[in-house]
Design a protein around this ligand. Structure first.
Ligand SMILES: [Zn+2]
Ligand SMILES: [Zn+2]
Length: 343
């Protein structure tokens, strides 16, 4: 099959002919890829940021946002059959450890993460396991939802956590910094599940205009006055929740400054270090909250929002052969919507 493989860090990957993946265990499933998302994490992988964490040997197939159709199943898989449309949760979890029993898929003690520490989905076929697959509701096409596997799911998961924490009630404020690939799903999810007033913050007028359509009650342009503007909107207090989908280029400092006393600063975008005096943390009781993708259940719920039309992914499609072009577009901030590779 054709696959996009990374051969060296800081060098663009190449499209190679490689052997098709094979069923090895009874719960394995081979998915015929219908669409695979391009994520900023793929750029961070290419830069080598993930190398010390995963220790994966090169070359390998990148791509962790995958959806398609079941192609072949292992001997123990009875609830899935060839042709079923599915989206792949990013983790192949074990199902037996305590985090798995608690439904905490991302912290499974014996999992693999296709595209990060084993071969991923920028290819014609992907091997994963039966526990990872969420069947798509009727009428939902794999290529339209692939990026939900990580981007959408991460945004949904963070929004759901803040809701469950009671931090997005009517009369409260939620700030979304960076209404890009993740942020626009966070915004639509917030609208679908909370009563909070939503403030979209972005560098682009065009994105802010789109944000109003996605449900933002207020929009604020990043021009150096964004913290003051958010403080004005929130009566000088800041927001109960600030979702930082950027995590670099000064967004971190702004997000912290926009968070009100006893509020939550959700760290979702990443790249730079947190440098906050500890006395500020204790004296205002503000919290930093980390976010890592989401659970299988979160993904199934997000597919319901998608099927009901409450969440829509803004995408730009590319052929698998154009993977490097798509990466360059994202690298140079020219990509509008989420890049999706179609084999
Ligand atoms: Zn991703
Ligand atoms: Zn487990």
């Amino acid at each position: 099959m054709k696959a996009v493989r990374l051969h060296a860090y800081d060098q663009w990957p190449s499209v190679d002919e490689v052997p098709d993946p094979k069923i090895e265990g009874p719960f394995d499933v081979i998915v015929k890829i219908g669409g695979a998302g391009l994520c900023r994490t793929d750029l961070h992988i290419w830069e080598g940021q993930w190398a010390p964490k995963t220790g994966i040997e090169l070359p390998y197939i990148i791509g962790h946002e995958n959806a398609g159709w079941v192609h072949e199943v292992g001997s123990a898989v009875e609830h899935l059959k060839p042709g079923d449309a599915v989206i792949c949760h990013t983790q192949e979890t074990c199902g037996f450890c305590l985090p798995c029993r608690r439904g905490d898929d991302m912290h499974c003690l014996d999992s693999t993460f296709p595209g990060i520490n084993v071969d991923g989905g920028w290819a014609e076929y992907l091997k994963t396991n039966a526990r990872a697959l969420v069947k798509l509701p009727d009428g939902v096409e794999p290529a339209d939802v692939a990026a939900h596997a990580d981007a959408g799911l991460t945004a949904y998961h963070a929004t759901k956590k803040a809701n469950l924490d009671g931090a997005m009630m009517p009369g409260m404020f939620s700030v979304i910094i960076g209404v890009g690939g993740l942020g626009h799903i966070g915004l639509q999810s917030a609208k679908a599940m909370s009563g909070a007033n939503i403030i979209a913050v972005d560098t682009s007028d065009e994105v802010l205009e789109l944000s109003r359509g996605w449900g933002a009650d207020f929009t604020v342009k990043v021009d150096g006055s964004e913290v003051d503007k958010v403080l004005d909107i929130t009566n000088g207090h800041g927001a109960e929740v600030v979702f930082d989908y950027v995590g670099e280029k000064g967004a971190l400092e702004s997000a912290w400054a926009m968070t009100r006393r006893h509020g939550f600063h959700y760290v979702i975008g990443y790249g730079e270090n947190v440098n906050v005096p500890t006395i500020d943390i204790i004296s205002t009781e503000r919290s930093f909250i980390g976010n890592l993708v989401g659970t299988y259940v979160d993904l199934a719920e997000l597919m319901v929002l998608q099927a009901e039309g409450k969440v829509t992914l803004h995408t730009q499609k590319f052929a698998l052969d154009e993977a490097v072009d798509a990466m360059k577009e994202l690298h140079h901030e020219r990509l509008h919507g989420r890049g999706i590779l179609i084999p």
